[in-house]
Write a protein of this length. Structure first.
Length: 137
């Protein structure tokens, strides 16, 4: 069972079901199964700026941040005996959260001549990749 929790600032018209479907596709494509929880949050630039400054020391906004709660590379998804910082008693792998700036996604989509939904799809895939251990070089 995969639980994908999508939260959005009410000012932003986002397709929550579509966002859940994108994340589910990434899990399916990777053959990732089990009791997994993921949070996806759509916020404004002020909140994203604050998070970027607090957690990365960068005093500006950004399009996406990923916050790992548990280390996917340490998890054995078949049995999930050892995961992350704290092994949860309910045996759920809580990957963490992806935070997306809607204004930045809108701006990036406009520059790339694509829909904001398509840009959010790309950002969700990218952020989930980070939570699953795929990082930039």
């Amino acid at each position: 069972m995969i639980n994908i929790i999508v939260n959005s600032d009410p000012r932003y018209n986002v397709n929550k079901a579509g966002i859940r479907a994108i994340a589910a596709q990434v899990f399916k494509k990777g053959g990732i199964i089990g009791k997994i929880e993921l949070g996806i949050n759509i916020v404004g630039d002020r909140k994203m700026h604050e998070l970027n400054r607090k957690y990365r020391g960068i005093n500006s906004t950004t399009d996406i941040l990923s916050f790992a709660l548990e280390d996917y590379n340490q998890a054995n998804l078949a049995h999930i005996p050892r995961i992350g910082f704290v092994a949860s008693p309910d045996k759920w792998l809580r990957l963490g959260d992806i935070v997306i700036s809607y204004p930045q996604a809108l701006e990036d989509a406009s520059m790339d001549a694509i829909s904001v939904d398509e840009e959010i799809k790309t950002l969700v895939e990218h952020g989930l990749g980070h939570l699953l251990g795929i990082h930039h070089h």
